[in-house]
Design a binder for this molecule. Structure first.
Ligand code: ADP
Ligand code: MG
Length: 727
């Protein structure tokens, strides 16, 4: 009997590398060529329109209808020149990924022909019939329609044949239905809170920017092997599969030579990214086999997040040209590393100062320490909420599992900054903080000069300081970064506002700036060192106990973790900052619970079907052959067949036992799934779905054991050793 799996594996192995897109010239020649950025604006708009649009972008001044028409006209001309035929508002609904609804530029001219048209109204606003996007009941209760509105701070771009207009997605009653709207509000809140703090040190500061540098991890799987795995096709991860003999033990994949088919894929992605103005910088193999990473140079956070969404779309499309499927799932394979999306985050001023960089003199170092400590205090106060911002059905397989990071949010500072903070607690508040080697008059607190490259790494920490930024490592690879960034930004904004009020009070009491700032910082420093700061092994059980003692949130259940969003401290913060109303928070939690249940229950259904339709028939066929063999033994060696066929007998028993265990667990999983599906309430359903997820894990164990003993030629599903090592 032929085995389809072998054919698929052979085909996949034979594939060769192809670069499908080789533009002439160097990246700087075509960087941003598919973006309607400033240079194209200048070229395609008259000078008055250009000036008005840049004011709209830079200062948030609204666009009047006449100007919008002119902008639309210029965009249209540019888009048509670049082969675009359609236009869409491009937005980020609460599903993962982006949404678009294409409209053609074409319009009947009334005389039997068509002309290409695009006006300001269509540029600024669109009404997708979007009733199927998750909205947590907001639109059902209030107003049936939602609309998308252009976010002029993100540049318009062309994807394939379509002009894409980055947009927010809002209900008619004004509630956000997407990721971008709250992110923009949160970034504004940080600016509003941080500018007054900066002005304590430098009155010239007018604006504070948030920066994001994401590191996108992903797996590549040959598309033929992918197609032979229904679980990968439908759920994005393998629901079963025995680990292969060789995994990542040798660490030979990490930073290894990139396979040629993968390099070809990366080149095409980079070309596409450069044309879209995405400054892709780094590419390398990751720890697990067939796992890779891509990272750009960091950018303003809203733009960086759009770019992340854009490149994920591009990667998905381009992978198919190379016979791959790209997996963004956080945990596609058990037993090896999953994928994250480290969010490197920092703040900087319009005067060019990085607020998480040590400065050149005592005052700028004090500013650095101010921001550094306030970020930690914000993370301390909202550690549970930050965890909620990265929690999902997918990420649950990473968080809390034996892999970075644990389901507890702590911060890693490194020895240098830990020492600096300790020292600051000991010295008088007016002691200058200097860089070593550039000693001031009364040196007490020193920051080593070579600092950025000097920070030690702790891979087990979910929130680590890395010299000039914090790295939020708990974010999932498939997630929209805005979820985590909105929470982090809100927490920092709230903390900075409280800090500024306290400093003002101290200044009013007649203290000098240095003393006022340091007196306010000291209690915060003492508190963060005792709670959120942790330099040890985040995977250890000892840490879980210790974290609980320190009052950190140690909840492990994803549906319960989401409750953080509607906890009083969170509602107060978000409403005071004008980021979310209570109604929005409640609606979003409905969406989170529903998404969680839906994913888990699809997996449950899929696993049961595969158990019954793929796995058990293979096991039974193997069992039948063993029984045949046993029968032949008895016929030919009636005297001592029992001794001769002892192995067959043992195997038959093992096989039979596993088959009945699989059936039993599959039935149990089905019952748990149905029980969850019968729940009306979203939260109750999610909690019930979590039980199904636990049973799925036990079903998988039995299946993987059966895979281990069954004749290789009979196993119908591509195995880990095939999926993970062919590229
Ligand atoms: P790692 O060693 O952590 O894997 P990478 O080079 O892969 O580092 O990625 C680091 C990411 O951090 C890049 O996207 C980089 O642009 C970004 N980054 C560097 N400095 C800052 C900063 N000050 N603020 C935000 N992001 C930064
Ligand atoms: Mg990296």
């Amino acid at each position: 009997m032929g085995n389809l799996r072998f054919d698929v594996v052979q085909e996949a192995f034979k594939k060769k590398a192809v670069v499908t897109e080789t533009p002439a010239g160097k990246p700087s020649d075509y960087f941003g060529s598919l973006v309607f950025g400033r240079s194209n604006m200048r070229k395609y708009l008259d000078s008055k329109t250009y000036a008005q649009l840049t004011r709209c972008i830079d200062e948030g001044v609204p666009l009047d209808a006449a100007t919008a028409d002119k902008v639309a006209e210029g965009m249209k001309v540019w888009a048509l020149e670049h082969g675009a035929t359609h236009v869409t508002h491009w937005f980020q609904p609460l599903t993962e990924g982006t949404a678009e609804k294409h409209d053609s530029f074409m319009n009947p001219d009334g005389e039997g022909s068509v002309i290409e048209q695009f006006d300001g109204k269509s540029l600024v606003q669109q009404e997708p019939d979007a009733s199927s996007f998750p909205n947590g009941g907001i639109r059902a209760t209030f107003e049936a329609r939602g609309y998308t509105a252009w976010d002029p701070s993100s540049p318009v771009f062309i994807q394939d044949d379509t002009l894409c207009i980055p947009s927010v997605f809002i209900s008619y009653t004004g509630e956000a239905l997407d990721y971008k709207t709250p992110l923009k509000k949160a970034l504004k809140a940080v600016n509003d809170a941080a500018v007054p703090v900066c002005q304590l040190f430098d009155p010239k500061v007018k604006r504070v920017y948030s920066f994001l540098g994401w590191e996108q991890e992903y797996f590549l799987v040959d598309e033929d092997l992918f197609a032979a795995r229904p679980d990968l096709m439908l759920t994005g991860r393998t629901l079963m599969g025995h680990s292969s003999s060789k995994n990542q033990q040798l660490s030979d994949h990490y930073f290894g030579a990139i396979p040629s088919r993968v390099t070809a894929f990366m080149k095409d992605v980079e070309t596409a990214g450069y044309k879209l103005g995405i400054p892709l910088k780094t590419r390398h193999n990751e720890v697990a086999p067939n796992q890779f990473e891509m990272a750009p140079v960091y950018e303003e956070a809203n733009l960086a997040n759009d770019h992340n969404q854009m490149i994920m779309n591009a990667m998905t499309r381009i992978a198919r040209k190379h016979g791959f499927v790209v997996l963004f799932h956080e945990k596609p394979f058990e037993g090896i590393n999953g994928s994250g999306k480290h969010n490197n985050w920092s703040l900087g001023t319009d005067t060019g100062v990085g607020l998480l960089n040590p400065g050149k003199d005592a005052r700028s170092n004090l500013q650095f320490v101010t921001f550094f400590v306030n970020v930690l205090a914000a993370v301390q106060k909202h550690n549970g909420l930050l965890k909620a911002s990265v929690a999902s059905a997918n990420n649950a397989h990473r968080l809390g599992a034996q892999e970075a990071p644990p389901a507890i949010v702590s911060a890693f500072l490194g020895q240098t900054m830990t020492d600096v903070l300790r020292k600051l607690l000991e010295v008088p508040s007016d002691t200058p903080i200097v860089i070593a080697g550039k000693k001031g008059r009364r040196v007490a607190v020193e920051i080593p000069e070579i600092f950025v490259d000097n920070t030690d790494r702790n891979r087990t920490s979910p929130f680590a300081f890395t010299g000039n930024r914090f790295e939020f490592r708990a974010v999932g690879s498939s997630a929209n970064c805005a979820g985590a960034l909105t929470v982090l930004s809100a927490a920092v904004a709230q903390q900075l506002t409280a800090f500024k009020a306290d400093v003002d009070k101290a200044l009013n009491e007649g203290k000098t700036l240095e003393v006022a700032v340091m007196d306010t910082l000291k209690p915060l420093i003492a508190s963060v060192l005792d709670t959120i700061c942790f330099e040890g092994n985040g995977y250890s059980d000892a840490w879980k106990k210790e974290a609980k003692k320190r009052g950190l949130d140690v909840e492990n259940s994803v549906p319960k973790i989401f409750c953080q969003f509607t906890a009083p401290a969170s509602v107060d913060m978000f409403t005071q900052l004008g980021i979310y109303s209570k109604k929005e928070l409640e609606a979003r939690n409905e969406v989170k619970w529903d998404t969680y249940s839906t994913k888990v229950l699809i997996e449950a259904r899929m696993a049961v079907r595969m158990a019954i339709n793929h796995v058990m028939p293979a096991g039974m066929e193997y069992q039948r052959r063993l029984l045949e063999d046993l029968d032949l033994m008895r016929q030919n060696f009636p005297q001592d067949y029992e001794t001769l066929a002892a192995t067959q007998t043992t195997l038959i028993r093992e096989c039979a036992a596993l088959l009945s265990e699989i059936k039993e667990r599959a039935d149990k999983l089905n019952d748990a799934r149905k029980a969850a599906e019968s729940k009306e309430d979203s939260y109750a359903k999610a909690v019930a779905a979590e039980k199904a997820a636990d049973i799925l894990r036990t079903l998988r164990e039995s299946i993987d054991k059966l895979e281990e003993i069954t004749d290789n030629a009979l196993w119908p599903l591509p195995k880990y050793r095939e999926i993970l090592f062919i590229n």
